[in-house]
Design a protein around this ligand. Structure first.
Ligand SMILES: [Zn+2]
Length: 312
């Protein structure tokens, strides 16, 4: 039985070898004729209160001598993230300076592979520059919503004017308001960095799959334990790499229309001038409410109402 079967086995082995060689050759051909790397554009919005080392408003204000150090830490945090993004395959990174004057990052200090959107005002403010050509969005140095504790420099857009902002009944931190802008363009937020409370709020709102990198733990509003610098910079870089691998898994944060925006100010006078705008209602002395079908329109009207609060 065994001897008679030998020629058949030989023929079978030759056949299998031929098929294997042909398959390897065709695979090699596919590899050499494969299309160039798919674009992987990443939008990075950078605030300052959630940067490593920052614990007080003086460090975030250009008129304080402490500011120069904090802006150095800011670009260091950003560069660690940008490095991780490029290592993970990003083809383009756009960084939007999103704090105060929005001229905190010294352009020549940023990783030279990244683009920088600098200055203000900008129509989409902290999200200026994002559109549907991006595959991922990252928030660096973000802070918790107004009324959080313990959380470094908690506020929502304007510490002087805003007690709370609700959109469709959800009390929003800036990270939520901005994530919904990214969601408007179908772009998922894949990474957030800031203090531990901000990271908690981000995962609560955007989901547990969101990669977060805590850089400090607040003791109260103006004091924090900053984690070891070397570990933080490494965590930021590794976090960015890990976050890009979740592109396609994390869904964009999309709020469904119709949208109701509710803005609670600290004082009744801050709601006065907003009433000049058609469609804006004042259900209580400190509160303005309006409805819209378009999220970006709502975001812009909200910004205008907050600007009016400062001159009321
Ligand atoms: Zn800020």
């Amino acid at each position: 039985m065994q001897r008679k079967a030998q020629p058949v086995i030989k023929a079978l082995i030759t056949g299998i070898l031929l098929i294997a060689v042909t398959t390897v050759m065709s695979l090699a051909q596919v590899r050499t004729t494969a299309s160039p790397q798919k674009p992987l554009k990443v939008f990075v919005s950078v605030d300052m209160e959630g940067i490593w080392g920052v614990v007080h408003g003086n460090q975030c204000s250009a008129d304080s001598p402490e500011y120069q150090l904090a802006r150095k830490w800011m670009v260091e945090d950003v560069n660690a993230v940008v490095k991780g993004l490029f290592e993970a395959g990003a083809t383009e990174v756009v960084v939007n300076d999103s704090h105060g004057s929005m001229r905190n990052i010294i352009a020549s200090d940023l990783d030279p592979r990244a683009q920088l959107i600098s200055g203000s005002p900008k129509p989409l403010s902290m999200m200026e520059g994002i559109d549907s050509t991006f595959q991922a969005c990252v928030f660096v140095g973000y802070h918790a919503r107004a009324g959080s504790a313990p959380a470094i420099l908690d506020h929502t857009i304007s510490g002087a004017a805003i007690f709370a902002i609700k959109i469709n009944g959800i009390e929003m931190p800036e990270l939520g308001i901005n994530a919904a802008i990214a969601g408007y363009y179908q772009v998922p937020v894949v990474l957030l960095t800031g203090d531990t409370e901000t990271c908690r709020q981000a995962q609560e709102l955007l989901g547990k799959d969101l990669i977060v990198v805590p850089v400090k733990e607040a003791v109260n509003r103006f004091a924090a334990r900053n984690f070891a610098r070397e570990k933080v910079l490494n965590d930021l870089r590794e976090g960015a790499k890990k976050a890009l691998s979740s592109v396609g898994i994390i869904k964009p944060y999309v709020l469904q229309p119709p949208y109701q925006f509710e803005i609670d100010f600290h004082h009744s006078n801050q709601a006065e001038l907003g009433l000049l705008i058609p469609g804006v209602r004042r259900p209580s002395p400190r509160t303005l409410v309006f409805n819209t079908q378009d999220y970006l329109e709502g975001f812009k009207l909200m910004r205008a109402l907050i600007a009016l609060a400062s001159v009321s």
